[in-house]
Design a protein around this ligand. Sequence first.
Ligand SMILES: Nc1ncnc2c1ncn2[C@@H]1O[C@H](COP(=O)(O)OP(=O)(O)OP(=O)(O)O)[C@@H](O)[C@H]1O
Ligand SMILES: [Mg+2]
Length: 287
Amino acid sequence: MADQAQRLREFVRERQSRARVLAITSGKGGVGKTNTSVNLAIALVAQGSRTVLLDADLGLANVEVLLGLNSLYNLQHVIDGEKRLMQVLVKGPGGIDVIPGSSGIAKLADLGPIARQNVLNGLKEVQEEVDFVIIDTMAGIGQNATAFAAAADEVLLVTTPEPSSIVDAYAMVKTIHGMRDDAIFRVIVNMAATPQQANAVAAKLNKVAQQYLGRSLSYLGYIPRDPHVAQGVMQTYPFSLKFPNAPATKCVEELARRIIHQRAEVDRGRPGFFKRFAQSLGLVSNG
Ligand SMILES: Nc1ncnc2c1ncn2[C@@H]1O[C@H](COP(=O)(O)OP(=O)(O)OP(=O)(O)O)[C@@H](O)[C@H]1O
Ligand SMILES: [Mg+2]
């Protein structure tokens, strides 16, 4: 497992100048990961970023259901070496490209080295073509979810205001932090009653992470509890396309804006190797 995470990380590091890989995770299930992934991907495309959505919830392939897609090929064919990842990409609503998951396959950690390499090679190829790869992961601290989260450039942690969801979100942070202490976490509070409530939830999570892990979690934003979300689910069509003026849609668009904007911040905030090296030698100031 440690080996696998290490290899995924190296792979991602090599590719850092390519697409930004964002893993959508949560501790508790059913908090809105898939809806967030799908509608965030659509908002990123609408704001001019080429975006691929990877359904890595290998237990139940939810993304396809939510998008009303029924594709012939999926991740399983890549794992089996029958298709390249590029060949299983399907166009979803709103101009997103989707890599359909496969129901019922074993955990990523249980895959053999060839199968894993098939997936990694494909991801490498995809990453060269787009701006964002959004990974909808499984809930909880299972190996599949954490392997993807630990390999991603950023972990978007979804929680609701419910105490059990917050506690499980913290457990997820702790697990990923244990695998990789430089992971970047951004908190999304879903099903918030008010922006103030969302703020308080994010602040609480941040405080606990600071206290027990010595690290901070940045707050990306919130999505309100909004009946349009469930209506979209019932109609197997993304709520943001069905209801462009819904409060949840407006908030997802704002999340996308912040993510795109943060690219510049991340790039500015992360000096290149030579600058860092020079700083450590005291040749240039830290400013
Ligand atoms: N902002 C929201 N407002 C109202 N209802 C919501 C909201 N977000 C999600 N829901 C409801 O919660 C259900 C679960 O959402 P979703 O499938 O996105 O969660 P998930 O975290 O992906 O679940 P799983 O852990 O099973 O993969 C949706 O079907 C929808 O009815
Ligand atoms: Mg899901």
